[in-house]
Design a protein around this ligand. Sequence first.
Ligand code: BES
Ligand code: MN
Ligand code: ZN
Length: 492
Amino acid sequence: MTLTFTVTSQAPSGTGAVGVPVATKGALPPGTGLDRAALERLGFTGKVGETYVLPSARGPVTILVGTGDPAQVSPSSLRRSAAALGRAASGFESLATGLAAVPRVDRKAAAQAVVEGLSLATHRWTELKTQNAKPPKLATVALVSPVPSATKQGVARGEVTALAANRARDFANMPPAHLPARVFADRAVAIAKESGLEVEVYNKDQLKAMGCGGIVGVNRGSVEPPRVVRLSYVPRGATAATPHLALVGKGVMYDSGGISLKPSDGSHAMMKADMSGAAAVLATMGALRGLRCRTKVTAWLMCTDNLPSGSALALGDVLTMRNGKTVEIHNTDAEGRLILADGLSLAVEAKPDAIVDIATLTGAMLRALGDGMAGVIGNNQGVVDQLLAASGRTDEKLWQLPLERDYRQALDSFVADMKNVGGEAGAITAALFLDEFVGSVPWAHIDIAGPMWSYIDNGWLQKGATGYGTRLLIEAAMTFAKPAKGARAARK
Ligand code: BES
Ligand code: MN
Ligand code: ZN
């Protein structure tokens, strides 16, 4: 359920629960009737993530919510506190809290973070559950604030960003048969219409005619046709000088590996979410008009599944990509880079100031960084730095790896311009492959293979598809500035 937020000067009467922020130090809020020693005996010290429910016979229940060290409180810590509060309050229909008005944090940023934390932690995808769905009851939240105008601005922004991230999660949680590329493209058209975007959908015949050999090749094993969706957001009053960002999302609706079939394990079972990059890009695009983004943004969703069959792509096959380069297939499970190659080539043709692609690209990145952060690799330090800064603000962690060109020879092929796999550093060689399709356009690649999925409820992350990268891309688009062209990415 989408939460409804109001901003008030005091808790509305009849609220089911009141969330009271408590730091690890300093005076306790009045009215709890407890001192620190008593709270500590109850296991509550005020750390971020802790909550404690004080039952009451009459009137609203009080939920203490930890905000941590008062000197360290930030939008990111408040987002986590709010997520914990949302879980603790999930049995109540209404909640009031002063969490967005704690000292030392900009009111607008605080309100946005609290809205995000509450909305992300209480979101569930229950469309296919006929019993025991038990979604949180929480429906309305009153943010108690002495500065309502700043708080309201933050709420408005948080509502848009949280809706986007939850929408990305829903798409990624949908099973392959419920969301083939055709249907996803239809949903993209609907979102474009309601969000003031231009949209164009390319079908298989068009993609063949366009020379998009990568996505057509990956699609060969499937009875479901591919789709490429181009979405375009043009801010009001845009001129030729308006910064222009291009986004490319990997939309593998289901990745079986193809002829290089994956084993039937847990990680294969989550390959319905191999379109998480495209879902994050689509959700981002849907948010820009509502946020009055000043950047022009053009996006490509590269959608197909990857299946084995009598007509499937074979090892040794050679594909010709949109930019004319040829690729010899050595592993059909390295399919993401093949579809991104066409997407990046199309993006380059639009002459943007920078390109960012986002993809569940390599198990190697998951193994290198774990599931708590995404990796970023680029050809331009300015673009990478903008993403790292955005990631700090959204608390979607990102770590830079080098585009080590000495490893490029691992992709050399006897028969074509390159192979689609090779070498040891799998996350880096995948990026080196993509680098062949961006020319000299400033570019960064975000590999979300790790954080796209969560096996547990954890802070604002909810079990299942996480929508990771959606808020990061929105933040990056909102704050985008043209990077200097020659700024080669650092090697570390
Ligand atoms: N979609 C996978 C990567 C992936 C793995 C995402 C685990 C999320 C979790 C990708 O298409 C893939 O299969 N990559 C291969 C590449 C290899 C064949 C070079 C991989 O990582 O094993
Ligand atoms: Mn694969
Ligand atoms: Zn894949």
